[in-house]
Write a protein that binds this ligand. Structure first.
Ligand code: MRU
Length: 368
């Protein structure tokens, strides 16, 4: 996507062909800084500390992390150890495991001396495919937005509510939940986005609002608690969110707070769609609530908040609660498939059901 007129992705290979460039997302929207990951530890730290985040981007970074590990260790590299180290960085988004396993599978047919070149080639392919996949999600999702616009006689903007950041910053490019918005706007359909702030880390306020501002798309930031009220007052036409892991049966794990929005959407007959690439489906799982590991992050993220001092421009962290108060910070929740109107994938839109997913991904039927 464009940032101040320049085409930009969230991750790319540096000119030296070894290091990996990322945008440090912990500093947005206040500063746009590119960091270079120079070794395996840098890649792991970038994922753990959320300089990169969002399921598909975590996967792409892990793929390049494996390349950096091979670059560090040469032919002595212990591939399994590198892979395990990367997979342990964040537990919920399954794209991390998917990307690492895809890298291992690719390398296994080559002799060790070829691993380095082959790993960079495969990581590059993972990134390019992610861009194409998300562009397809955009095309399929834009049709839903177009239908809503047509139903209301092509008047007024279509109001989309989204949670967290599932835009291009969460992927290599385009995004998942925001891809339909970008595609619809490119087709000339007026769209307005309600952006959930997404406490505790505020990815909506800091990342989604930044992306939409850069793209010139009309939006309002809302407190997480406002969505139900807006839906009751018919101010939301469609909810579109992303996913970090979706079961074979269509249960959707996404950023904490997604479930509450799905409940409000169902109570108010607002369509609730989840946009995700096939790599986000964990075909081995049937029951999202019981089987998906939920990342628990530092209580500090709940007890404090990051912002910018408007007077001196400094980025600072402020306390929100008494020092003796304890915080609890589950980072994701599971929305049962019954609350999901449909899944928007790169292969089309389907019901959030096993049969729906298998109709689009029949090659996965062997999972049983
Ligand atoms: O903790 P984060 O910022 O990595 O969580 C991101 C989300 O929950 C996104 O909605 C999800 O990864 C889908 S992204 C395309």
């Amino acid at each position: 996507m464009l940032v101040d007129g320049q085409a930009c992705r969230s991750i790319w290979l540096a000119d030296d062909g070894v290091r990996v460039a990322i945008i440090d997302q912990t500093l947005l929207p206040f500063a746009f800084e590119v960091r270079h990951l120079a070794n395996f530890q840098d890649a792991c730290a970038a994922i753990k500390d959320m300089q990169v985040r969002g399921a598909p981007l975590i996967g792409a970074t892990a793929a390049y992390g494996l390349c950096l590990g091979l670059y560090d260790k040469g032919v002595e590299a212990d591939l399994k150890k590198l892979a395990d180290g990367l997979i342990a960085c964040r537990p919920t988004a399954v794209n991390l495991r998917w990307a690492v396993e895809r890298m291992l599978e690719h390398l296994q047919v080559f002799p060790r001396e070829k691993w380095l070149d082959e790993s960079y080639a495969e990581a590059g392919r993972i990134c390019e495919e992610d861009v194409q996949t998300n562009a397809s999600i955009g095309r399929h999702g834009a049709k839903l937005i177009k239908e809503i616009w047509a139903q209301r006689g092509k008047t007024g903007p279509v109001n989309v509510l989204t949670h967290c950041n599932a835009g291009w910053l969460a992927t290599v490019d385009w995004g998942t939940a925001l891809a339909p918005v970008y595609a619809a706007v490119q087709e000339g359909i007026p769209v307005h986005v309600w952006v959930d702030e997404t406490r505790p880390r505020n990815q909506g306020a800091s990342l989604t609002a930044w992306e939409l501002s850069k793209a010139g798309i009309d939006h309002h930031l809302i407190a997480d608690n406002a969505g139900g009220h807006l839906m009751q007052h018919k101010m939301v036409d469609i909810c579109i969110v992303g996913s970090d892991r979706t079961t074979a049966t269509g249960d959707v794990c996404n950023k904490i707070g997604t479930y509450l929005k799905a409940l409000a959407a169902q109570a108010n007959q607002v369509p609730f769609y989840v946009a995700l690439p096939g790599s986000t489906v964990d075909w081995s799982l049937q029951d999202g609530l019981g089987e998906i590991p939920i990342e628990e992050r530092s209580a500090e993220e709940v007890l404090t908040i990051q912002g910018q001092n408007r007077e001196d421009g400094k980025i600072c962290r402020l306390a929100l609660a008494p020092v003796e108060t304890k915080g609890f910070n589950p980072a994701f929740d599971v929305t049962p498939s019954a609350l999901v109107t449909g899944l928007i994938t790169e292969r089309g839109v389907c019901p959030a059901k096993k049969e729906g997913l298998l109709s689009l991904f029949p090659e996965q039927a062997w999972h049983g």
